[in-house]
Ligand binder design. Structure first.
Ligand code: COA
Length: 398
Protein backbone atom coordinates (compact mmCIF):
# COMPACT_ATOMS: atom_id res chain seq x y z
CA UNK A 1 0.00 0.00 0.00
CA UNK A 2 3.02 2.34 0.27
CA UNK A 3 3.51 4.16 -3.03
CA UNK A 4 6.74 3.25 -4.87
CA UNK A 5 9.07 6.23 -5.39
CA UNK A 6 8.68 6.11 -9.20
CA UNK A 7 4.86 6.27 -8.96
CA UNK A 8 4.63 9.47 -6.91
CA UNK A 9 3.33 11.49 -9.86
CA UNK A 10 0.44 9.03 -10.35
CA UNK A 11 -0.24 9.35 -6.62
CA UNK A 12 -0.21 13.16 -6.89
CA UNK A 13 -2.69 13.07 -9.76
CA UNK A 14 -5.02 10.82 -7.77
CA UNK A 15 -4.85 13.15 -4.76
CA UNK A 16 -5.84 16.12 -6.92
CA UNK A 17 -8.53 14.14 -8.75
CA UNK A 18 -10.18 13.06 -5.49
CA UNK A 19 -10.18 16.70 -4.29
CA UNK A 20 -11.71 17.79 -7.65
CA UNK A 21 -8.55 19.79 -8.43
CA UNK A 22 -6.47 20.12 -11.57
CA UNK A 23 -4.51 17.03 -12.63
CA UNK A 24 -2.31 19.07 -15.00
CA UNK A 25 1.42 18.31 -14.67
CA UNK A 26 2.20 21.92 -13.68
CA UNK A 27 -0.23 21.72 -10.76
CA UNK A 28 0.77 18.26 -9.54
CA UNK A 29 4.55 18.27 -10.05
CA UNK A 30 5.46 21.10 -7.62
CA UNK A 31 3.89 19.47 -4.61
CA UNK A 32 5.03 15.96 -5.51
CA UNK A 33 8.60 17.31 -5.77
CA UNK A 34 8.19 19.16 -2.46
CA UNK A 35 7.38 15.91 -0.71
CA UNK A 36 9.97 13.59 -2.25
CA UNK A 37 11.45 13.30 1.22
CA UNK A 38 9.95 13.46 4.70
CA UNK A 39 6.64 12.17 3.37
CA UNK A 40 5.03 8.73 3.42
CA UNK A 41 2.58 8.16 0.55
CA UNK A 42 -0.09 5.47 0.77
CA UNK A 43 -2.56 4.24 -1.79
CA UNK A 44 -4.97 1.46 -2.74
CA UNK A 45 -5.14 0.49 -6.40
CA UNK A 46 -7.77 -1.44 -8.31
CA UNK A 47 -5.68 -2.86 -11.14
CA UNK A 48 -4.02 0.23 -12.71
CA UNK A 49 -6.45 2.70 -11.14
CA UNK A 50 -5.65 4.53 -7.93
CA UNK A 51 -8.85 4.37 -5.85
CA UNK A 52 -7.69 5.73 -2.49
CA UNK A 53 -4.80 7.82 -1.20
CA UNK A 54 -3.41 9.16 2.05
CA UNK A 55 -0.14 10.93 2.92
CA UNK A 56 1.88 11.45 6.10
CA UNK A 57 4.18 14.44 6.53
CA UNK A 58 7.00 13.62 8.96
CA UNK A 59 7.20 16.66 11.20
CA UNK A 60 6.93 17.66 14.85
CA UNK A 61 4.64 19.72 17.04
CA UNK A 62 5.35 22.11 19.90
CA UNK A 63 3.79 21.40 23.28
CA UNK A 64 2.91 23.82 26.08
CA UNK A 65 6.28 24.90 27.46
CA UNK A 66 8.00 24.72 24.05
CA UNK A 67 9.21 21.08 23.96
CA UNK A 68 8.44 19.18 20.75
CA UNK A 69 7.28 15.71 19.84
CA UNK A 70 7.43 13.87 16.50
CA UNK A 71 4.15 14.19 14.62
CA UNK A 72 2.60 12.20 11.76
CA UNK A 73 0.84 14.92 9.76
CA UNK A 74 -1.98 13.15 7.91
CA UNK A 75 -2.82 14.82 4.60
CA UNK A 76 -4.00 14.19 1.04
CA UNK A 77 -6.87 11.89 2.05
CA UNK A 78 -9.16 10.92 -0.82
CA UNK A 79 -11.17 8.05 -2.25
CA UNK A 80 -12.52 7.65 -5.80
CA UNK A 81 -16.13 8.80 -6.08
CA UNK A 82 -17.35 5.33 -7.11
CA UNK A 83 -15.48 3.58 -4.28
CA UNK A 84 -16.59 5.62 -1.30
CA UNK A 85 -18.12 4.13 1.89
CA UNK A 86 -16.48 0.72 1.42
CA UNK A 87 -13.86 1.08 4.12
CA UNK A 88 -10.92 2.29 1.99
CA UNK A 89 -10.22 5.36 4.12
CA UNK A 90 -10.48 3.19 7.24
CA UNK A 91 -7.90 0.72 5.82
CA UNK A 92 -5.42 3.47 4.90
CA UNK A 93 -5.87 5.32 8.18
CA UNK A 94 -5.30 2.20 10.21
CA UNK A 95 -2.15 1.34 8.24
CA UNK A 96 -0.81 4.89 8.63
CA UNK A 97 -1.53 5.05 12.37
CA UNK A 98 -0.05 1.56 12.94
CA UNK A 99 3.10 2.68 11.20
CA UNK A 100 3.26 5.95 13.13
CA UNK A 101 2.96 4.02 16.40
CA UNK A 102 5.67 1.56 15.33
CA UNK A 103 7.99 4.41 14.37
CA UNK A 104 7.51 5.98 17.79
CA UNK A 105 5.51 9.00 16.66
CA UNK A 106 3.38 9.72 19.75
CA UNK A 107 0.94 12.01 17.93
CA UNK A 108 -0.81 12.29 14.57
CA UNK A 109 -2.71 15.35 13.37
CA UNK A 110 -4.79 16.56 10.45
CA UNK A 111 -7.05 19.27 9.12
CA UNK A 112 -10.46 17.98 8.09
CA UNK A 113 -12.41 19.21 5.10
CA UNK A 114 -15.44 17.45 6.61
CA UNK A 115 -15.13 17.52 10.35
CA UNK A 116 -17.59 14.71 11.13
CA UNK A 117 -15.24 12.06 9.73
CA UNK A 118 -12.26 11.80 12.07
CA UNK A 119 -13.57 11.45 15.63
CA UNK A 120 -14.18 7.75 14.97
CA UNK A 121 -10.44 7.35 14.33
CA UNK A 122 -9.60 8.96 17.69
CA UNK A 123 -8.86 12.48 16.44
CA UNK A 124 -10.10 15.37 18.58
CA UNK A 125 -10.12 19.11 17.78
CA UNK A 126 -7.10 20.16 19.85
CA UNK A 127 -5.98 23.46 18.34
CA UNK A 128 -9.01 25.69 17.76
CA UNK A 129 -8.78 28.52 15.22
CA UNK A 130 -10.80 31.61 14.42
CA UNK A 131 -11.58 32.88 10.91
CA UNK A 132 -12.00 36.62 10.28
CA UNK A 133 -13.46 38.76 7.55
CA UNK A 134 -12.70 42.45 7.87
CA UNK A 135 -14.75 45.33 6.46
CA UNK A 136 -12.09 47.72 5.15
CA UNK A 137 -14.46 50.70 4.96
CA UNK A 138 -15.03 50.54 8.75
CA UNK A 139 -11.68 49.26 9.94
CA UNK A 140 -9.62 51.81 11.89
CA UNK A 141 -6.52 50.88 13.86
CA UNK A 142 -6.51 52.13 17.44
CA UNK A 143 -2.85 53.00 17.75
CA UNK A 144 -1.36 52.93 14.25
CA UNK A 145 2.32 52.19 13.72
CA UNK A 146 4.44 53.14 10.73
CA UNK A 147 3.44 50.74 7.95
CA UNK A 148 6.66 51.57 6.12
CA UNK A 149 8.16 48.92 8.39
CA UNK A 150 6.60 46.41 6.01
CA UNK A 151 8.69 45.46 2.98
CA UNK A 152 8.13 43.21 0.00
CA UNK A 153 10.37 40.18 -0.25
CA UNK A 154 11.10 37.40 -2.71
CA UNK A 155 10.19 33.76 -2.31
CA UNK A 156 13.87 32.75 -2.21
CA UNK A 157 14.66 35.27 0.55
CA UNK A 158 11.53 34.34 2.50
CA UNK A 159 12.38 30.63 2.37
CA UNK A 160 15.74 31.48 3.95
CA UNK A 161 14.72 33.96 6.66
CA UNK A 162 11.11 33.15 7.63
CA UNK A 163 11.77 29.71 9.20
CA UNK A 164 13.74 31.31 12.08
CA UNK A 165 10.82 33.67 12.83
CA UNK A 166 8.39 30.76 12.77
CA UNK A 167 10.61 28.77 15.12
CA UNK A 168 10.50 31.64 17.65
CA UNK A 169 6.72 31.52 17.59
CA UNK A 170 6.84 27.77 18.22
CA UNK A 171 8.92 28.35 21.33
CA UNK A 172 6.04 30.41 22.74
CA UNK A 173 3.00 28.38 21.74
CA UNK A 174 1.98 24.76 21.88
CA UNK A 175 0.18 23.10 18.99
CA UNK A 176 2.45 24.63 16.37
CA UNK A 177 3.43 22.19 13.65
CA UNK A 178 6.97 22.29 12.26
CA UNK A 179 7.04 23.71 8.76
CA UNK A 180 9.19 21.17 6.92
CA UNK A 181 11.20 22.04 3.81
CA UNK A 182 8.35 20.55 1.78
CA UNK A 183 5.77 22.76 3.49
CA UNK A 184 7.91 25.90 2.96
CA UNK A 185 8.13 24.97 -0.70
CA UNK A 186 4.34 24.56 -0.86
CA UNK A 187 3.56 27.82 0.94
CA UNK A 188 6.34 30.10 -0.29
CA UNK A 189 8.49 28.80 -3.16
CA UNK A 190 5.96 27.02 -5.37
CA UNK A 191 3.02 28.92 -6.81
CA UNK A 192 1.74 27.57 -10.14
CA UNK A 193 -1.24 29.46 -11.64
CA UNK A 194 -3.52 26.45 -11.02
CA UNK A 195 -3.21 26.94 -7.26
CA UNK A 196 -4.42 30.55 -7.24
CA UNK A 197 -8.17 30.09 -7.54
CA UNK A 198 -8.54 33.22 -9.70
CA UNK A 199 -6.40 35.39 -7.40
CA UNK A 200 -2.95 36.92 -7.93
CA UNK A 201 0.34 35.15 -7.39
CA UNK A 202 1.35 35.08 -3.73
CA UNK A 203 2.49 38.42 -2.25
CA UNK A 204 5.19 38.04 0.37
CA UNK A 205 5.83 40.86 2.85
CA UNK A 206 7.84 41.10 6.04
CA UNK A 207 9.11 43.24 8.85
CA UNK A 208 12.63 41.90 8.43
CA UNK A 209 13.62 39.46 11.14
CA UNK A 210 10.43 40.16 13.12
CA UNK A 211 7.40 38.99 11.18
CA UNK A 212 5.94 38.07 7.81
CA UNK A 213 2.71 37.65 5.90
CA UNK A 214 1.69 35.94 2.68
CA UNK A 215 -1.50 36.70 0.81
CA UNK A 216 -3.19 36.84 -2.54
CA UNK A 217 -5.55 39.48 -3.89
CA UNK A 218 -8.71 38.43 -5.67
CA UNK A 219 -10.22 41.01 -7.99
CA UNK A 220 -13.90 41.83 -7.67
CA UNK A 221 -16.43 44.47 -8.69
CA UNK A 222 -15.98 46.59 -11.82
CA UNK A 223 -14.14 49.73 -12.88
CA UNK A 224 -16.71 51.93 -11.10
CA UNK A 225 -16.61 50.14 -7.77
CA UNK A 226 -13.76 47.78 -7.07
CA UNK A 227 -14.57 45.05 -4.59
CA UNK A 228 -11.47 42.92 -4.23
CA UNK A 229 -10.59 40.49 -1.44
CA UNK A 230 -7.26 40.00 0.29
CA UNK A 231 -6.94 36.29 0.98
CA UNK A 232 -4.47 36.14 3.84
CA UNK A 233 -2.65 32.81 4.05
CA UNK A 234 -0.46 33.46 7.09
CA UNK A 235 0.64 36.33 9.31
CA UNK A 236 3.26 35.73 12.00
CA UNK A 237 4.99 38.35 14.15
CA UNK A 238 7.23 38.05 17.16
CA UNK A 239 6.68 41.54 18.62
CA UNK A 240 3.64 43.85 18.91
CA UNK A 241 4.92 46.60 16.61
CA UNK A 242 5.65 44.17 13.77
CA UNK A 243 2.27 42.52 14.36
CA UNK A 244 0.41 45.86 14.13
CA UNK A 245 2.32 46.92 11.02
CA UNK A 246 1.57 43.66 9.21
CA UNK A 247 -2.13 43.78 10.10
CA UNK A 248 -2.39 47.39 8.94
CA UNK A 249 -0.73 46.39 5.68
CA UNK A 250 -2.89 43.36 4.90
CA UNK A 251 -6.16 45.08 5.92
CA UNK A 252 -5.61 48.19 3.80
CA UNK A 253 -4.77 47.09 0.27
CA UNK A 254 -5.98 49.36 -2.53
CA UNK A 255 -8.90 48.16 -4.68
CA UNK A 256 -10.06 45.71 -2.01
CA UNK A 257 -12.95 45.95 0.46
CA UNK A 258 -12.17 43.03 2.78
CA UNK A 259 -9.47 40.74 4.10
CA UNK A 260 -10.23 37.11 4.91
CA UNK A 261 -8.18 34.73 7.01
CA UNK A 262 -9.11 31.43 8.67
CA UNK A 263 -6.29 30.13 10.84
CA UNK A 264 -5.95 32.61 13.70
CA UNK A 265 -5.53 31.76 17.40
CA UNK A 266 -8.48 32.46 19.73
CA UNK A 267 -6.29 34.94 21.67
CA UNK A 268 -5.34 36.88 18.54
CA UNK A 269 -4.38 40.55 18.96
CA UNK A 270 -6.40 41.62 15.91
CA UNK A 271 -9.77 42.42 17.57
CA UNK A 272 -7.92 44.61 20.08
CA UNK A 273 -5.92 46.46 17.47
CA UNK A 274 -9.01 48.07 15.93
CA UNK A 275 -11.41 50.71 17.22
CA UNK A 276 -14.62 49.00 16.11
CA UNK A 277 -14.87 45.23 16.69
CA UNK A 278 -17.92 45.14 14.38
CA UNK A 279 -15.57 45.92 11.50
CA UNK A 280 -14.46 42.29 11.95
CA UNK A 281 -16.64 39.24 11.56
CA UNK A 282 -15.32 36.23 13.45
CA UNK A 283 -16.22 32.65 12.54
CA UNK A 284 -15.19 29.20 13.74
CA UNK A 285 -12.00 28.38 11.81
CA UNK A 286 -10.75 24.88 10.97
CA UNK A 287 -9.25 23.29 14.10
CA UNK A 288 -6.22 21.04 13.95
CA UNK A 289 -7.31 17.55 14.98
CA UNK A 290 -4.86 15.50 17.02
CA UNK A 291 -4.71 11.74 17.63
CA UNK A 292 -2.79 10.58 20.70
CA UNK A 293 -0.79 7.39 20.12
CA UNK A 294 1.35 7.47 23.26
CA UNK A 295 -0.22 8.97 26.40
CA UNK A 296 2.83 8.90 28.74
CA UNK A 297 5.09 10.56 26.16
CA UNK A 298 2.61 13.35 25.59
CA UNK A 299 1.89 13.96 29.25
CA UNK A 300 5.50 13.79 30.43
CA UNK A 301 6.81 16.09 27.68
CA UNK A 302 4.43 19.03 28.02
CA UNK A 303 4.89 21.65 30.76
CA UNK A 304 2.26 22.30 33.44
CA UNK A 305 0.88 25.40 35.07
CA UNK A 306 1.07 24.03 38.59
CA UNK A 307 1.82 20.91 40.62
CA UNK A 308 -0.84 18.24 41.08
CA UNK A 309 -2.00 14.82 39.99
CA UNK A 310 -4.85 13.10 38.17
CA UNK A 311 -5.80 9.54 37.32
CA UNK A 312 -7.50 9.27 33.96
CA UNK A 313 -9.03 6.33 32.17
CA UNK A 314 -8.58 6.73 28.43
CA UNK A 315 -10.95 4.80 26.18
CA UNK A 316 -9.38 3.90 22.84
CA UNK A 317 -11.14 1.08 20.96
CA UNK A 318 -8.32 1.10 18.36
CA UNK A 319 -5.93 -0.01 21.11
CA UNK A 320 -3.15 2.57 20.72
CA UNK A 321 -3.54 4.74 23.80
CA UNK A 322 -6.21 3.21 26.02
CA UNK A 323 -5.71 2.42 29.67
CA UNK A 324 -5.67 3.95 33.12
CA UNK A 325 -2.90 6.47 33.67
CA UNK A 326 -1.73 8.33 36.74
CA UNK A 327 -0.24 11.75 36.01
CA UNK A 328 1.86 13.28 38.75
CA UNK A 329 3.29 16.76 38.22
CA UNK A 330 5.99 17.78 40.69
CA UNK A 331 8.61 20.49 40.87
CA UNK A 332 11.08 18.52 38.76
CA UNK A 333 8.73 17.37 35.98
CA UNK A 334 5.85 15.02 35.35
CA UNK A 335 5.49 11.25 35.47
CA UNK A 336 2.70 9.26 33.84
CA UNK A 337 2.39 5.58 34.70
CA UNK A 338 -0.19 2.82 34.33
CA UNK A 339 -2.52 2.94 37.34
CA UNK A 340 -4.81 0.55 39.21
CA UNK A 341 -6.53 3.05 41.53
CA UNK A 342 -10.00 4.24 40.52
CA UNK A 343 -9.94 7.07 37.98
CA UNK A 344 -10.82 10.72 38.63
CA UNK A 345 -11.93 11.12 35.02
CA UNK A 346 -12.95 8.80 32.19
CA UNK A 347 -12.64 10.13 28.66
CA UNK A 348 -12.35 8.90 25.06
CA UNK A 349 -8.95 9.33 23.41
CA UNK A 350 -10.18 12.13 21.13
CA UNK A 351 -11.25 14.14 24.20
CA UNK A 352 -7.80 13.65 25.73
CA UNK A 353 -6.25 15.23 22.61
CA UNK A 354 -8.77 18.07 22.78
CA UNK A 355 -7.71 19.11 26.30
CA UNK A 356 -4.01 18.17 26.15
CA UNK A 357 -2.79 21.37 24.47
CA UNK A 358 -4.71 23.68 26.79
CA UNK A 359 -6.85 25.14 23.99
CA UNK A 360 -10.12 23.60 25.25
CA UNK A 361 -11.00 23.16 28.92
CA UNK A 362 -11.88 19.82 30.52
CA UNK A 363 -14.79 21.58 32.26
CA UNK A 364 -16.14 22.54 28.82
CA UNK A 365 -16.01 18.88 27.74
CA UNK A 366 -17.65 17.89 31.03
CA UNK A 367 -20.53 20.27 30.24
CA UNK A 368 -20.72 18.76 26.76
CA UNK A 369 -20.74 15.21 28.25
CA UNK A 370 -17.54 14.37 26.35
CA UNK A 371 -15.88 13.22 29.57
CA UNK A 372 -17.08 11.71 32.81
CA UNK A 373 -16.08 12.98 36.23
CA UNK A 374 -15.73 10.19 38.82
CA UNK A 375 -14.43 12.53 41.54
CA UNK A 376 -16.27 15.86 41.91
CA UNK A 377 -14.06 18.77 40.87
CA UNK A 378 -11.61 16.55 38.92
CA UNK A 379 -12.24 18.34 35.61
CA UNK A 380 -11.57 21.77 37.13
CA UNK A 381 -8.42 20.38 38.81
CA UNK A 382 -7.21 19.02 35.46
CA UNK A 383 -7.85 22.45 33.91
CA UNK A 384 -5.61 24.08 36.51
CA UNK A 385 -2.82 21.64 35.62
CA UNK A 386 -3.20 22.02 31.85
CA UNK A 387 -3.65 25.82 31.75
CA UNK A 388 -1.44 27.64 29.22
CA UNK A 389 -0.28 31.27 28.91
CA UNK A 390 -0.86 31.49 25.17
CA UNK A 391 -3.47 29.53 23.23
CA UNK A 392 -2.12 26.75 21.02
CA UNK A 393 -1.87 27.77 17.38
CA UNK A 394 -0.62 26.30 14.15
CA UNK A 395 -0.10 28.78 11.33
CA UNK A 396 0.04 26.43 8.36
CA UNK A 397 -2.60 24.04 7.12
CA UNK A 398 -1.32 20.79 5.63
C1 COA B 1 -13.97 11.41 2.99
C2 COA B 1 -13.53 10.17 2.24
C3 COA B 1 -12.00 10.14 2.20
C4 COA B 1 -14.06 8.92 2.98
O1 COA B 1 -13.54 7.73 2.39
P1 COA B 1 -14.34 6.36 2.44
O2 COA B 1 -13.45 5.30 1.89
O3 COA B 1 -15.66 6.54 1.82
O4 COA B 1 -14.53 6.13 4.00
P2 COA B 1 -14.78 4.71 4.70
O5 COA B 1 -15.71 3.89 3.88
O6 COA B 1 -13.47 4.10 5.07
O7 COA B 1 -15.53 5.22 6.00
C5 COA B 1 -14.98 5.15 7.28
C6 COA B 1 -15.97 5.74 8.23
O8 COA B 1 -16.09 7.15 8.00
C7 COA B 1 -17.46 7.50 7.73
N1 COA B 1 -17.43 8.59 6.73
C8 COA B 1 -16.85 8.54 5.53
N2 COA B 1 -17.00 9.71 4.89
C9 COA B 1 -17.72 10.52 5.71
C10 COA B 1 -18.21 11.83 5.60
N3 COA B 1 -17.98 12.57 4.51
N4 COA B 1 -18.89 12.35 6.64
C11 COA B 1 -19.11 11.60 7.77
N5 COA B 1 -18.67 10.33 7.91
C12 COA B 1 -17.99 9.79 6.89
C13 COA B 1 -18.08 6.24 7.23
O9 COA B 1 -19.47 6.27 7.43
C14 COA B 1 -17.38 5.18 8.06
O10 COA B 1 -17.93 5.19 9.36
P3 COA B 1 -18.03 3.84 10.24
O11 COA B 1 -16.84 3.00 9.88
O12 COA B 1 -17.97 4.37 11.64
O13 COA B 1 -19.31 3.24 9.88
C15 COA B 1 -14.07 10.18 0.80
O14 COA B 1 -15.46 10.31 0.86
C16 COA B 1 -13.52 11.30 -0.07
O15 COA B 1 -12.54 11.09 -0.75
N6 COA B 1 -14.14 12.51 -0.08
C17 COA B 1 -13.67 13.63 -0.88
C18 COA B 1 -12.31 14.15 -0.42
C19 COA B 1 -12.31 14.47 1.05
O16 COA B 1 -13.24 15.02 1.61
N7 COA B 1 -11.21 14.10 1.72
C20 COA B 1 -11.09 14.29 3.16
C21 COA B 1 -10.13 15.36 3.37
S1 COA B 1 -9.97 15.75 5.08
Amino acid sequence: MRVPEDRLTDYGRAVNRHFYESEADDDVRPWVEAFRSGYRAWWICDRARVVANLGVIETDVSLPGGARLPLAGITAVGVAQTMRRRGLLRALMQAALDEARTRGEPLAALFASESAIYGRFGFGPAVPHVAYRTDRSRLRFRDPVDVRLVEETTAEAAATTWPAIHERLRGQRGGSVGVTDGLWRMTVLEDPPGWRDGATARRLVEVPGRGYARYRVKEGGDWVASDGTVVLGELVATDPEAEAALWQHVCDIDLTTRTTTWLRPPDDALPHLVTDPFALRAFEGPPMYVRVLDVPRLLTTRAYATRGSATVEVIDPAGYAGGRWHLDVGTDGASCDPATRSPDLVLPVDALATVAFGGVRATTLLAARRLEERRPGAAAALDRLLAVDLAPWTTTEF
